[in-house]
Design a protein around this ligand. Structure first.
Ligand code: AMP
Length: 251
């Protein structure tokens, strides 16, 4: 049996009571690893660089093996840029290559830059008009129930690429689940961790890592998913939040 282990932490009370999002994590593990996984999440919630959490929720749920979908890890490409302005230009041209209109790509970037604080989830935007579609405000849509199908092998694979950090590990799993979603054309992300300035544009053909997408020290970050016009939202949100997905890498 597999188990989905999820953590969300906030400051100033629970998220649903207006608390400020501090940290979250998603794993799928075997029964023997639940305690270890939950303990690592607790430690992470209590020591996050975004601040001291006073609300921590850890949820463990069984996942039936036949419910699990398998998706491939996206091919990884790195763009080394000279600064965050160049990084953002690179992101805009990658989004254009995926079929996101210039208007929508600029709206997505502006939405990230306008965030007053971190969201717990992602914003869903129309890839043609740039209009926000999810109606979830600062909550956004949180992608849940995903992990690597082979965490040990995946760690080794990423270490060989010089990408063994927690950020890249988790982001590539999330991006693989999102890129396989019905109707998602592309994703734009940079972290809200003040010390982590890299980000990416992801779509089915690849995870385009951009070495800098924000200035060092900035706590502002988030995720935007660009949707093909006409994408059925309820179906997409169900897949993103609830469908258990394991990501396979190939050596
Ligand atoms: P991180 O990459 O963990 O620094 O997260 C950066 C931002 O991405 C967060 O502030 C959220 O807005 C968003 N985010 C993080 N995790 C998820 C998730 N599981 N699903 C959707 N959005 C997320």
């Amino acid at each position: 049996m597999l188990y989905s282990v999820r953590m969300r932490a906030a400051q100033g009370g629970a998220h649903e009571a207006g608390g400020r999002h501090i940290s979250g994590a998603e794993r799928i593990t075997g029964g023997e690893d639940i305690a270890k996984t939950a303990a690592a999440m607790l430690e992470r919630a209590l020591t996050h660089s975004r601040g001291q959490a006073d609300f921590i929720n850890i949820q463990v749920e069984a996942v039936a093996a036949q419910q699990v979908h398998y998706v491939p890890l996206l091919p990884i490409h790195t763009f080394a840029v000279d600064g965050y302005e160049a990084g953002r230009q690179q992101a805009l041209s990658l989004l254009a290559e995926c079929g996101v209109s210039q208007e929508a790509a600029r709206a997505g970037m502006a939405s990230l830059l306008a965030l007053p604080d971190s969201m717990r989830g992602a914003m869903l935007l129309c890839a043609e008009t740039g209009r926000r579609l999810d109606g979830q405000g600062m909550r956004g849509v949180r992608v849940s129930r995903m992990d690597s199908a082979d965490p040990v092998g995946y760690h080794g694979f990423l270490t060989d690429l010089g990408l063994a950090g927690e950020h890249a590990r988790e982001a590539m799993v999330l991006a693989a689940k999102v890129a396989a979603a019905p109707g998602v054309l592309a994703e734009l992300c940079w972290s809200d961790d003040p010390d982590y300035t890299a980000g990416y544009v992801a779509f089915r053909q690849g995870y385009m890592r951009i070495s800098q997408l924000k200035p060092t020290g900035s706590p502002q970050g988030g995720r935007v998913f660009f949707l093909q016009p006409g994408t059925p939202l309820a179906e997409l949100e169900e897949y993103l939040t609830s469908c258990p997905v394991l990501v396979r890498h190939s050596e």
